[in-house]
Design a protein around this ligand. Structure first.
Ligand SMILES: Cc1cn([C@H]2C[C@H](O)[C@@H](COP(=O)(O)OP(=O)(O)OP(=O)(O)O)O2)c(=O)[nH]c1=O
Length: 199
């Protein structure tokens, strides 16, 4: 086997990677996402866990994995457990700034492991109870860290973002470029090749 494998079932991560013009497969192993470390260490460790589990199943491939968490002071917000939890998280985020951490790991075909993380600061306007309930009813927040998707309706609540938008959505593209390049992955050649195949 060879090529690039994205160890993720997130449609947003696939979409972001497609934007680069790369060809890849997805293979998302089930991993334990429980972790009590601070957010930067947690996203790094969890992205490494995902990548390592995927590497075992895809020898000879370059593996890419990521993990995203939201941090608000000393609280870490992953995906909400249910609708009530999503309402609780959105109330916490309303009218305040928080940090989004995304860890990325690349494993090269020879087993070299490279990990990095991005921190992006996001500020929310005050959101009304009516807006929160309507948004949660839409179902959009349930599969997203912090119970919101910047790329969807929640984008209209964001007054300020300092950092990488693609990182908030789940895959910091600048970090993907840097880690893939450092791992020896021929990024430009692969993009050119994919464009040629697509005609
Ligand atoms: C904050 C935020 C998160 N998210 C998403 C990105 C991630 O998909 C998700 C966080 O959960 P993750 O556990 O990082 O990823 P995942 O379970 O969706 O996918 P996989 O583990 O298979 O790679 O939240 C957004 O799409 N938009 C946002 O604005």
């Amino acid at each position: 086997m060879s090529g690039l494998v994205l160890a993720s079932c997130s449609p947003r991560r696939s979409e972001l990677l497609h934007r680069l013009g790369l060809s890849f497969r997805t293979d998302a192993p089930d991993v334990d996402e429980e972790c009590s470390l601070p957010a930067p260490e947690a996203v790094s460790l969890l992205s490494r866990r995902k990548a390592s589990a995927c590497a075992v199943r895809n020898p000879g491939c370059t593996i890419l994995a990521a993990d995203t968490l939201v941090a608000l002071e000393d609280k870490i917000l992953g995906k909400p457990a249910d609708a009530d939890d999503a309402v609780r998280m959105l109330h916490l985020l309303s009218g305040r700034s928080h940090q989004v951490y995304t860890g990325v790991t690349v494993i090269s075909p020879d087993g070299q492991i490279l990990t990095g993380y991005d921190r992006t600061d996001v500020t929310f306007d005050t959101i009304s109870d009516e807006e929160i309930l309507s948004y949660v009813r839409s179902g959009d927040p349930l599969d997203k860290a912090g119970a919101y998707g910047l790329q969807g309706r929640a984008g209209m609540w964001i007054t300020h973002i300092s950092g990488s938008e693609s990182s908030v959505i789940g895959l910091p593209l600048y970090l993907v470029r840097s880690l893939l390049t450092r791992s020896g992955f021929p990024l430009v050649r692969e993009i050119d090749l994919n464009q040629t195949i697509k005609g």
